[in-house]
Structures are given as structure tokens and as C-alpha cells.
Design a protein around this ligand. Structure first.
Ligand code: DGJ
Length: 592
């Protein structure tokens, strides 16, 4: 019997490519400040002299590089890789990871070892080698604060506490963390930062450096604020009106009167944010690059008070946004391994006023899958920390070693996305995207069986138990996405054929990405997951089907068709393995 199919598709395959192109023109012509207008040439490319910038439209963000939305497939070096001799241990790892961007420190102590005498020799080499390796850079300005301390400030700063004061505790003792109230500290740091930006303006005309991070994990461990006489005098002043208005507070008074138990931390955060704002404004006035400030996070569920106070932790994001409006991004450094906490952090740092960029994340296997959820939160980039061969491993934050095995889970993600990075970045900015990472956490359990002392029998028994409990808990390996007219179910750890319940991957390593191309058409990719489409209540027709699933890839933004998936490949959902597959899925409904 021949079934008559009335397709409800809204857009034909070719139309979405046109829409993507049209979108480029529209964004160039509307919605952006005129000073940021991007002109896109007829071939879709732009003049590479165009400055990188963050563009925000209707609460959505993109990092524009060379006039187009850019997805940072990043890595960050270990801390002391900021010397020419170290670079030979960096580029091979960047290549192995398939990264398109490298984050690397530039230290105040190395550029201004003697006050007023600047040396940017390292940048000469770094930028040249980055270009040779076809990699963009984000520079990390290690200066007044590097994880709370002034370790990377020059000795003439670090050793002169009179001129560059540290935070004083309540008991009068000093912490090795600079006070944000040190006027000379700000002036000296700013002068060096301006010299850095002046160097970039003069020596990087094609913008290999696409972003600069001001300081590194600002804040102070061990005191909620500076209690020096100078700070105390400031603390007793009225809270600035701009902060009260920004937070929509009606009460006035000094910091204690307005903020009560939070006063010390808010005061410290305000002054560090103002310090960073002033540096940012001075730097941008020379070369207007996107600026981020990275965050030593507090645990969003159990913050306690042992975290680095004064940085842009989740409780003071609004305050930071008011104090430092010229900082483009406040970016989380993620060293929580569990899915629940990471999901919360991604949610907290992706806001209409804050583009999500994971500026650091651990380089161990469990973290790799969060690439998918980062992109699902409209992230503009992801940058695992310490993926180089400089012979340092920051376990237990990250992996116990850096070799091919460590790099592989990150490399497979970038290998999948790299050929379509600009397509994804556009779709993410223009339209709707979803991304999920496998929700259960397997690593702690895994460690037990990986123990060298375990017998094979113990390992088998453990594996059997794990399988049983996983079957009883199939819902833990399932995520449901509302795509509009259609829903998607993502499940992990099941055979490709039939409907056995999902039991999760071992180790947890799956993830999926979906972008809407039209109401009934989706770009879908994943690793180690099954993606199944079903109609939402909005589909009124009683029958529905997967109309067509094309596998293909992107070349220069164009979809290159390879084959159609049908039969076994679609009957049980779309099963993704460890091999990259990119699909264009068209759903349809029909009447009897
Ligand atoms: C976070 C910091 O930002 C990094 O520079 C590094 O110190 C890691 N912590 C730990 O390896």
C-alpha cells in the first residue's frame, strides 16, 4: 500500500544554508553598535585587520574573529610555559588536541623586570610560532594577582610592601595577596598592561591574539577583605550609588549598613573589580580586544567561606558586572569533576550579560564530556588546562600524566567540531542549540576496579553489580530535550540495535549536540550516545516519521552530502559511537 505523506517541513534542505549566510549579513547590518559593524565580503570572508570582538544580540553572544562568529577549541598551557624554550613542548600538544586557540601566560615579571624597561621578546616568538601553527592566542596577564598572590609581579613590586601594600588581616598580619586599594599597584600594573596592549597594537596587525585575560583568578584566600587602616577608612564610607542603583537597593549607608554579613566580601570584590575595570579600560583604549577575568570558583552548592574572596564568584557576579562593565566575560575555571556541579556552574556563568567561556577545566578524562554541555549553554569556547608536554601534571585537579591517552578525549571533541566550528558558532548565535554531556559520574567507581590489587574475580563481581544497578536506574542515563515541535531523547550505553535500557558508558564519556536548522530539521552529532526524535504535543497530525537522515560534513561552511542513514541506522534511534558522524535530520508528520 502506498502511503501518502504530507510533509510539514517548513524549510527545504538548501534553504538553511541560505539562512546562515543571510544571518551574517543581517547581524552585520543590525542590532550591533555602529562602531562594531562587521562588513562581510561577498565570499563570506572578512578583512583580517578587523578586531576580534564580543557581539551580543537579544541575550545571545558570539566571539567575532575575522568578522565571523568563532568557536574557541582551546587549550591552556601549564603555568611556566611562557618562555621561548618551553614552546617546543606546547605546539605538538596543541596539534594533537586539534585545538584552534592556545591560552598562555604573559607575566609582568618577564616584560618589566626593571621598572619602566619593557621587553616583549617572548611575544615576538610566540606570535610568530602561533601563526606558523595556525593557532589563535588568548594571553593571560599574570600580574598583581595570580591565584591570589603576586608571584608573577616583578621583584621591585613584590618586595616593596610600602609602595605596593598587601592585604592586612583583622589581626594586623599580612597575607601574600595584594590590596586592591594600593593606588601605586594599580598605576604600575596598568602601565605595564598598556605597554602590552601597545605592543599588540603595533606588532599583531592580523590579531593572532584574540582575547586578553586581565590577571589570573583574582581574589584573596584567608581574609574576606583588606583590614588595613586605609581599607577600614574606605569601608566606613557610603556604598557607591552606582552599585546601589545597579543592585536596585533602596537602603543607603556604609558597607556594613547596606550589606550586613556580606559587607566584607562585597567590599573586597568591589575594589578588585574596579581595579580590573581600570586596567581593562586603559588597555582597550590602546587596542580594543575582548577582555576576560577568570574565576577561582566557589562550590555553588556548598560554598563555605574558604574560597578566594573578591573574585567574580557566583554570589558577586551582579556586583562585578556593575563595577566592571568593560570586562567582556567573567569566565569559570572548572575543577569540579561531577556532572551536577559542572552543570550548575555552566548555568551560572552563561547569562544575557555574560558570554560563557570555560577558560580552564581539568585535563582528565571525566572533564572532556563537558565540552558538549558548554556548547549547549551557547558557550563561545572551552579550554582545558595544562594540555602540554612541559612535564607538569596538576592531579588531583587534572590528570596524573599528559600523554596521548590523556589528550585523546579532548582531541576527539575538537576533531568532530573543528571542520564545522564556524557553522556551529553561527548557529549558536543565530538560532537554537542544545548540548548535553553524559550525566552520571563513573570515575570514582572506576578507580576501585582500576586498583592494581583487585583480582579479576573482584573486577567481574563489581562489573556485574554495576550493570544491575544501572539497569534499575536507566533514567539516570537519559536526557530529554525540548526542541520545539520535536523532542529528543539522549541515552547512553546501550546496544545500537533494539531497545535495551541505557546503562551508561564506562567511563562516562558521552555527549550530544543538536542545532535547529528549521522547525523540522536538525543538525545532530554525538559520541557514545543514542539520539531519538519524537513529536511534541504541538504536532497535531497523528503519524510521524524520520523523513530523512543525511550524513555529511562541512567544508568551508558548505554541507557536503555523504550518504543517507536508513533501516537499522534509524529504526532504533540514531546511534553514535566513538567515530565522528554528523547528521542532518528531517522529521515529518502526516495525515491518514
Ligand atoms: C587555576 C589557575 O588559574 C591555573 O593557573 C593553575 O594554577 C591551576 N589552577 C592549577 O594547576
Amino acid at each position: 500500500m502506498k502511503v501518502s505523506v504530507k510533509v510539514q517541513r517548513m524549510y527545504k534542505n538548501s534553504q538553511w544554508l541560505f539562512l546562515v549566510a543571510l544571518f551574517g549579513i543581517i547581524t552585520a547590518c543590525s542590532g550591533m553598535p555602529t562602531s562594531n559593524v562587521t562588513t562581510i565580503n561577498s565570499n563570506g570572508n572578512t578583512n583580517s585587520s578587523e578586531l576580534p570582538k564580543i557581539v551580543t544580540k537579544q541575550g545571545k553572544h558570539a566571539l567575532f574573529v575575522d568578522g565571523k562568529p568563532y568557536l574557541i577549541l582551546g587549550t591552556q598551557t601549564n603555568n611556566s610555559a611562557n618562555y621561548p624554550a618551553a614552546l617546543k613542548y606546547v605546539w605538538p600538544a596543541v596539534k594533537k588536541t586539534h585545538a584552534n586557540t592556545l591560552s598562555i601566560p604573559i607575566a609582568w615579571e618577564q616584560v618589566e623586570p626593571v621598572e619602566g624597561q619593557f621587553d616583549f621578546g617572548f611575544l615576538d616568538i610566540l606570535i610568530k610560532e602561533a601563526q606558523e601553527n595556525d593557532v589563535k592566542l588568548t594571553l593571560l596577564w599574570f600580574a598583581t594577582w595570580k591565584n591570589n598572590a603576586p608571584h608573577y609581579a616583578p621583584s621591585w613590586v613584590k618586595l616593596n610592601n610600602q609602595r605596593f601594600p598587601r592585604v592586612m588581616k583583622k589581626d594586623g598580619s599580612l597575607l601574600n595577596s595584594m590590596s586592591p586599594l594600593g593606588k601605586e599597584t594599580l598605576a604600575a600594573d596598568k602601565k605595564a598592561f598598556v605597554a602590552l596592549m601597545s605592543y599588540l597594537k603595533a606588532n599583531d596587525p592580523t590579531h593572532t591574539v584574540i582575547m586578553v585575560q586581565v590577571e589570573n583568578e583574582v581574589g584573596t584566600y584567608g581574609s574576606k577583605r583588606d583590614f588595613s587602616p586605609l581599607a577600614q577608612q574606605q569601608f566606613e564610607q557610603p556604598v557607591p550609588a552606582v552599585l546601589l542603583n545597579g543592585l536596585q537597593l533602596t537602603n543607603t549607608g556604609n558597607w556594613s549598613q547596606v550589606f550586613g554579613k556580606d559587607a566584607d566580601e562585597y567590599f573586597h570584590a568591589w575594589h578588585i573589580a574596579r581595579f580590573c575595570q581600570e586596567i581593562t579600560v586603559a588597555g582597550k583604549a590602546v587596542k580594543n580586544l575582548p577582555i576576560n577575568v577568570n574565576v577561582a570558583l566557589r562550590n555553588p552548592f556548598h560554598p563555605g567561606d574558604g574560597y578566594s574572596m573578591g573574585g567574580p564568584t557566583d554570589n558577586v557576579l551582579d556586583l562585578w558586572k556593575i563595577a566592571a562593565p568593560d570586562i567582556d566575560l567573567l569566565t569559570p575555571d572548572i575543577y569540579f569533576r561531577d556532572h551536577k556541579t559542572v552543570a550548575k556552574v555552566l548555568d551560572l556563568y552563561s547569562r544575557a550579560d555574560n558570554p560563557l567561556f570555560v577558560s580552564e577545566i581539568g585535563n582528565d578524562q571525566p572533564y572532556a564530556r563537558y565540552f558538549f554541555s558548554t556548547l549547549g549553554q551557547q558557550g563561545i569556547g572551552f579550554s582545558p588546562f595544562g594540555l602540554d608536554y612541559t612535564d607538569y601534571y596538576n592531579y588531583p585537579l587534572g590528570a596524573k600524566k599528559v600523554d596521548d591517552e590523556t589528550i585523546a578525549p579532548f582531541a576527539e571533541n575538537y576533531k568532530l567540531l573543528k571542520p564545522m566550528a564556524d557553522v556551529w558558532a553561527k548557529l549558536s548565535f543565530e538560532g537554537e542549540v542544545w548540548g548535553v554531556s553524559e550525566p552520571h559520574d563513573s570515575q570514582m567507581a572506576q578507580k576501585k576496579v582500576w586498583n592494581a590489587q583487585s583480582t579479576q574475580a573482584q573486577k567481574n563481581e563489581y562489573a556485574a553489580k554495576q550493570e544491575k544497578s544501572a539497569k534499575e536506574n536507566a533514567h539516570k542515563y537519559t536526557q530529554n530535550l525540548d526542541l520545539g515541535l520535536w523532542n529528543a531523547e539522549v541515552t547512553y550505553g546501550r546496544p545500537m540495535f533494539w531497545v535495551a535500557p541505557p546503562t551508561g558508558n564506562t567511563p562516562s564519556s558521552g555527549g550530544a549536540l543538536i542545532a535547529k536548522l528549521a522547525d523540522n530539521e536538525f543538525l545532530v552529532t554525538a559520541y557514545r550516545a543514542r539520539v531519538t526524535f519524537s513529536p511534541s504535543d504541538e504536532i497535531k497530525a497523528p503519524y510521524h516519521m524520520v523523513e530523512r537522515v543525511e550524513e555529511g560534513h562541512f567544508e568551508n561552511g558548505q554541507w557536503i552530502f555523504e550518504r543517507v542513514w536508513n533501516g537499522d541506522q534509524t529504526d532504533w534511534g540514531l546511534n553514535f559511537t566513538a567515530r565522528p558522524h554528523i547528521l542532518k535530520v528531517t522529521m515529518a508528520a502526516y495525515q491518514p
